[in-house]
Design a protein. Structure first.
Ligand SMILES: [Zn+2]
Length: 139
């Protein structure tokens, strides 16, 4: 646990949150600044700052909980889709440095969106070369 970490405090129940799901490893609660009603944050109970620090054995609990949460958002809220958003690092927009996944219920024409500007590869070779570089450096 990290001192003065908001999500550690929520996980320890020292700060109140509208908790929807909890098990030994993860907790999900409503985001108090939702992009849509029912927008949830799924956190690890242990303090890990970014995706790169989360131990691989934690992903089973995270993915299982995320799937259940997405299902209940669709069933209970009538969501037509779910966005799963995870930001790791300041450049990616991470503001609270305790690993979390946003699970955002979506409806057609709900007006929620991102300013997503695609970047193009100049040639198919450039794309293949980058894929090979990443492949060579994959642990
Ligand atoms: Zn924390």
């Amino acid at each position: 646990m990290s001192e003065s970490c908001l999500f550690c405090e929520i996980a320890a129940r020292r700060i109140a949150a509208s908790v929807v799901y909890e098990d030994d490893a993860v907790m999900a609660f409503l985001d108090i600044n939702p992009l849509a009603l029912g927008h949830m944050l799924l956190i690890t109970k242990m303090h890990y700052e970014t995706l790169l620090e989360v131990p691989k054995q934690a992903f089973s609990a995270l993915f299982s909980a995320a799937q259940n949460i997405a299902a209940v958002q669709m069933k209970t809220l009538g969501a037509e889709g779910i966005n799963w958003l995870q930001s790791s690092g300041t450049a990616a927009g991470q503001e609270i440095f305790h690993f979390h996944i946003h699970l955002i219920p979506r409806m057609s024409e709900d007006g929620v969106g991102w300013n997503w500007k695609p970047t193009l590869y100049e040639t198919p070779d450039e794309c293949d070369q980058l894929a090979n570089l990443l492949k060579e450096n994959l642990k």
